[in-house]
Ligand binder design. Structure first.
Ligand SMILES: Cc1cc2nc3c(=O)[nH]c(=O)nc-3n(C[C@H](O)[C@H](O)[C@H](O)COP(=O)(O)OP(=O)(O)OC[C@H]3O[C@@H](n4cnc5c(N)ncnc54)[C@H](O)[C@@H]3O)c2cc1C
Length: 509
């Protein structure tokens, strides 16, 4: 099992596979772990998943913020959640290099091998496996072979290109130049920035970001129309962009790091090509912030247990196909809200002002705020029921029956229960545990809350059975997938569901 790319998504996938007892090899072209401060944080269901794995405490140590979101900058329109109980959206401020370092540590604890300085340059596959050509740093060329390969190699994915999968979408005509500066001045007290607010500032020829997430470091960004060109950004280039948009220099201090990027909205035509899968930025690029790591890292959790089942020869035939049919609609939905954020950001002139003013009013309604919070969290995701008799094929999960969007389903038994296909609620159990604590090992869990239920003998080795009590249980018994989604709820048909999802040996591997 090979993973290409040791970014957050490849590392998350490696950790999930490691938990499932698979020892993947991660091939990474960079010789050293990344130190680019790209993402400043995680938002959404990935935080619940880190909680499931017992990692949340470790990952949030020293974080400036971890918890339920007090608000969210939706495009340039603020969403405010103050006074609203149980807003689903969770945020964890963590810089990407630290996230990658912690995931690397965790992968090492789980016995994953990361081979750095190994650039993948070719791909060939047949019905039994995939052969990758690698150019190691220092020269030479060699080949490695595996039964499955996952391309977690970022937005410019070589794997995606080599597998012949298109990446249609749009590229913004604005370039964002971003920098971290050592600012020993009280920036916002300086007369030169007196007209600017913390956060994004709309100017006639572009936008300027000024914010700080840690003492002594100011993050500054300038967004303006222009053509993006690859390569390092020089301080003079950054200053010139500031002058063009603000009209004067800003007292930003010494640069720690400078970069430029351009927003793109792209979705891979397919997430799977034979034995090659795509995850994270390799599969989707969103044009506004806050969702990329959430969707990418939860892609990894969705795929890992299915691949592990395939590699063990016990996954049903259809299981690996559900990666795409479950995850692509999630990315499509994230695309809707991130495109809307980008549009709100960019709408210009009086029309743009009117749009933002009106939506500021609309977002003040509780239902609107909750709806958007659920969308950003990903808690409105509902996977369709699969299985040989479900009548759902590869396209299942898309369209009106996918359950994406507001919950309209009502509770009933079995596959029709309103929890089926949804992320399991973190119930408090009478013995003092939470459901999240049952998910540490990333194994399927049959949670008997008084409804009874047993798993078939041939599943007993890999499904954990937990009998517990909870006040007001949502169902008698829940069958929870390793990625935290409810596969079945109720009592009738549980054994069969367990066998369908997790039990059958197959020739698929
Ligand atoms: C300025 C900025 C701010 C951002 N802020 C946020 C944020 O706050 N929240 C958020 O969720 N997201 C944010 N993002 C997006 C986030 O950084 C990406 O979504 C994330 O890095 C994607 O992770 P990944 O593992 O899919 O890909 P990457 O992080 O791109 O990792 C891909 C890895 O694959 C390796 N690789 C590439 N090609 C090959 C090859 N041929 N062979 C071997 N290895 C290869 C690369 O070296 C790299 O290590 C931000 C992005 C930027 C640029």
């Amino acid at each position: 099992m090979l993973i290409v790319g040791a970014g957050p998504v490849g590392l998350m996938l490696a950790c999930e596979l490691g938990l499932a007892g698979i020892r993947p090899i991660v091939l990474e072209k960079r010789p050293e772990p990344g130190d680019l401060p790209k993402a400043n944080g995680l938002g959404g269901q990935i935080i619940d998943l880190l909680d499931h794995r017992g990692l949340l405490e470790r990952f949030s140590a020293g974080s400036p913020f971890s918890g339920r979101a007090p608000g969210f900058p939706f495009g340039s329109v603020p969403l405010r959640f103050a006074g609203l109980d149980d807003i689903p959206l969770r945020l964890l401020m963590i810089q990407q290099p630290r996230l990658e370092r912690l995931l690397t540590e965790r992968a090492a604890e789980l016995g994953v091998e990361i081979r750095r300085g190994q650039e993948v340059v070719s791909l060939a596959q047949d019905e039994n496996g995939v052969t990758l050509g690698i150019e190691p740093q220092g020269g030479g060329r060699r080949e490695v072979r595996a039964r499955y390969v996952v391309g977690c190699d970022g937005g410019r994915s070589r794997l995606r290109e080599l597998a012949g999968v298109g990446f249609p979408g749009t590229t913004d005509d604005e370039v964002l130049r971003l920098g971290h500066f050592a600012a020993d001045v009280h920036l916002f007290e300086s007369p030169q920035v007196s007209g600017l607010q913390p956060g994004w500032n709309q100017m006639p020829t572009g936008r300027v970001l000024l914010t700080s997430l840690q003492q002594g470091v100011v993050i500054a960004g300038v967004r303006e129309k222009g053509t993006y060109s690859d390569g390092p950004v020089k301080l003079e280039e950054f200053r010139a962009a500031v002058r063009r948009v603000v009209g004067e220099d800003l007292p930003l201090g010494e640069p720690i790091w400078l970069s430029s990027t351009v927003s793109q909205a792209r979705l891979a035509e397919r997430y799977r090509e034979g034995r090659v899968f795509l995850a994270g930025d390799a599969a989707h690029l969103f044009p506004a912030g806050g969702s990329a790591l959430n969707v990418g890292m939860t892609d990894a959790a969705n795929l890992a247990w299915k691949l592990a089942a395939g590699l063990r020869g016990r996954g049903p035939e259809w299981l690996l196909d559900t990666y795409e049919s479950e995850r692509r609609p999630v990315a499509e939905r994230a695309m809707i809200q991130t495109r809307a954020q980008a549009a709100l950001d960019r709408a210009e002139g009086a029309d743009g002002e009117a749009l933002r003013a009106l939506l500021t009013e609309v977002f003040a309604y509780e239902q609107a705020a909750r709806h958007l919070a659920a969308m950003l969290q990903g808690s409105d995701t509902r996977y369709a029921r699969y299985g040989p008799d479900s009548g759902l094929g590869r396209e299942a999960g898309q369209g009106p029956d996918s359950g994406q969007g507001p919950d309209t389903g009502q509770g009933s038994e079995g596959g029709g229960h309103s929890l089926v296909g949804r992320f399991v609620p973190d119930l408090a159990l009478a013995d003092g545990r939470r459901v999240a604590e049952l998910m540490r090992r990333a194994r399927p869990v049959l949670l008997d809350l008084g409804g009874g239920g047993t798993v078939p003998d041939d599943c007993a080795d890999w499904i954990d059975v937990v009998r517990a009590r909870a006040e007001d249980p949502p169902a008698g018994t829940l069958l929870i997938r390793p990625d935290g989604y409810v596969a079945w709820a109720g009592t009738d048909g549980l054994a069969r569901a367990a066998e369908e999802w997790f039990g059958r040996a197959s020739s698929h591997a």
